[in-house]
Design a protein around this ligand. Structure first.
Ligand code: ME8
Length: 573
């Protein structure tokens, strides 16, 4: 019985919640997209369990307080307006999240205060004083060894070696969390769960660091005199809760913590099967420490199950440079979408996504990727969907078994060399079509989209080659001049279209998670019914019901070539 229930656990994926001190950039979209594609891939297979997907905004902290002050507006008014930009981006890009959580949401704020009280009761919080180098941009203290002195705008300042952001020396009284006492428990957990962090290199790096360096306790509050814009420490209005403690808990608040997690007699929390937890967290490389050290330790302290996995992606560069406002090479995802549409941008970021190394946004590659979709994918469908052919009949003939002797028909009509070429291409294509779902699935479930898309292109390239070799457009004339062979010519003609149709149908189903808008238009074009667009139909002959009336539809491509007139960014000299 336990097993049966366990299989109903929702598959839960999260993006980081984004700081609202500035507008959304390509990196934010990338995190959202990695999750959206993964969730849609999961949904493609009806056998899979239910899914849950969250994103949102991280709205407290000094960084936000300073940004609001700079604009001379009230922080709440400021965060309301910037958070809205993230909604705009996710709507325009068709990101299908289940909850958009904001750290200013009332359920989030009260859950964070609840967590504080539990930590306090469990003796995990103590008062202390703290001095050290604080980085407002990164909302974290850095040890001296990780800093360097540089000259900026004529002033000598200290910066973090890693993020290059300025740090300032601070001395204050605040509360600490007993992080250090969990170090061995965390190491043990990581050793027992080698897949907890992906990719492997990041896992090994973190484990090595944990074994080599002693953890210090973590300062988890800031004086209200300095940080006003934050959640108040229960029973001590002179302090505000540290923004990372606040933010990380969004992941369980979205699942309904604490209300939906029964508290057990031993002080731990039960996670009912239907509750979406544990999650797979998708994060950028700069926030590993928070998600792979602080977060699991907070959960251990609380007595709540740890996350399932943390998937770390690397960063997008622009023409090989880090995107930065001062270099002027930041690409605005909203503007890019407005100019070229969601499909082109979604496809490009997924096709060139590489979670193991930094990805590079080059404007020319973006345009080439868009042209490739039009020329190789969309074009195949409009070509075989033309008035000269009859999709419905080609599909029906497959259902009636008219293609069973296709190899001998091919051999009797072409010269031996050509016949071998066509038969080989045919057998390669049919085997690709039967295996493509499984081989893409292996990669997709690991967020490894690039090789999956390469395999997907393999199907389309083979289908285009098959059409080119078998030349279905030549048969009409042949039939007129050779009436004695008309039946086998008809079969060949229909078969050639049928195989290309099957490739287009299966490829379109499989690419829905990446380019939902274009894929659904092309499936509509083939008249594939809404209920037959899932993994179950992803094999040759997986659907015999499509095609009716498809040839009479418009031949205009649902995606148009666009000659770029505007540059998306200023190239760095
Ligand atoms: O870190 N390419 O928020 P954030 C790819 N609020 N990803 C990038 C990127 C780039 N060029 N630049 C940034 C925060 N990112 C916290 C998270 S979660 C409890 C709190 C990624 O708005 C970055 O790595 O600064 C991070 O994963 C995400 O964008 C949000 O960054």
């Amino acid at each position: 019985l336990g097993r049966r229930y366990a299989s109903q656990k929702p598959f839960y994926v999260t993006t980081p919640i984004f700081y609202v001190n500035a507008s959304p950039h390509m990196g934010h979209l990338y995190s959202m997209l990695l999750c959206d594609v993964r969730i849609r891939w999961q949904k493609l297979n009806a056998k899979n369990n239910t899914t849950f997907f969250t994103t949102g905004t991280d709205e407290h902290g000094l960084k936000i307080q300073n940004a609001a002050e700079k604009q001379g507006v009230d922080p709440k008014q400021f965060v309301d307006s910037v958070s809205q930009n993230f909604h705009v981006l996710s709507d325009k890009m068709d990101i299908q999240y289940d909850r958009f959580i904001r750290t200013t949401d009332p359920d989030h704020m009260s859950a964070v205060q609840y967590v504080w009280k539990v930590f306090k009761e469990k003796g995990l919080i103590y008062e202390g004083s703290h001095e050290g180098w604080y980085c407002v941009s990164d909302e974290t203290f850095y040890p001296e060894a990780q800093l360097e002195q540089v000259e900026r705008d004529g002033k000598r300042i200290m910066i973090s070696r890693e993020s290059k952001n300025e740090v300032v020396y601070q001395k204050e009284t605040n509360y600490f969390f007993k992080l250090a006492r969990f170090q061995d428990q965390l190491i043990k957990f990581l050793e027992e769960n080698p897949d907890f962090i992906a990719p492997k290199a990041k896992y090994e790096e973190l484990l090595r660091e944990l074994k080599d360096t002693k953890l210090s306790d973590l300062s988890i509050s800031r004086p209200s005199s300095r940080l006003n814009w934050g959640i108040e420490v229960p029973d001590d209005p002179s302090q505000k809760i540290y923004v990372w403690l606040d933010a990380l808990f969004n992941y369980v608040v979205s699942s309904g913590f604490p209300g939906k997690f029964p508290l057990l007699a031993d002080g731990t929390y039960e996670v009912p099967t239907e509750v979406p937890w544990p999650a797979t967290h998708v994060i950028g490389k700069d926030i590993i420490r928070f998600h792979c050290i602080y977060w699991p330790i907070f959960l251990m302290g609380l007595g709540l199950q740890l996350p399932k996995q943390v998937v770390v992606h690397l960063h997008w560069l622009c023409d090989g440079f880090k995107m930065s406002k001062s270099l002027g090479n930041v690409i605005d995802p909203i503007l890019t979408q407005d100019l070229y549409g969601q499909d082109a941008l979604r496809f490009f970021l997924t096709e060139f996504s590489n979670i193991e190394s930094d990805c590079n946004f080059v404007e020319e590659s973006f345009h080439n990727s868009r042209d490739h979709i039009i020329g190789t994918y969309a074009n195949l469908i409009t070509r075989i969907g033309g008035a000269a052919f009859n999709i419905e009949e080609s599909v029906q003939w497959a259902k009636e078994g008219k293609y069973v002797d296709i190899n001998s028909i091919i051999e009797s009509h072409y010269d031996p060399a050509k016949a071998t070429q066509i038969c080989t291409c045919r057998s390669e294509l049919t085997s690709l079509l039967d295996n493509i779902y499984n081989s893409m699935d292996e990669r997709m479930v690991q967020f490894d989209y690039k090789p999956a898309i390469r395999e997907w292109w393999g199907v389309l390239e083979k289908a285009n080659l098959f059409v080119q070799l078998s030349e279905p457009w030549t048969f009409k004339k042949l039939i007129a001049s050779n009436p004695e062979n008309s039946t086998s010519y008809e079969i060949l003609r229909h078969y050639s279209i049928y195989l290309a149709l099957e490739a287009s149908r299966i490829a379109s189903i499989l690419i829905q998670p990446v380019i939902p808008e274009l894929a659904s238009k092309l499936l509509d074009r083939l008249n594939v019914s809404e209920s037959k667009r899932s993994a179950a139909q992803c094999h040759l002959g997986g659907d015999f019901t499509y095609g009716a009336g498809a040839n009479s539809k418009t031949h205009k491509l649902p995606i148009q070539r666009i000659v770029p007139t505007e540059k998306l960014y200023v190239p760095v000299k």
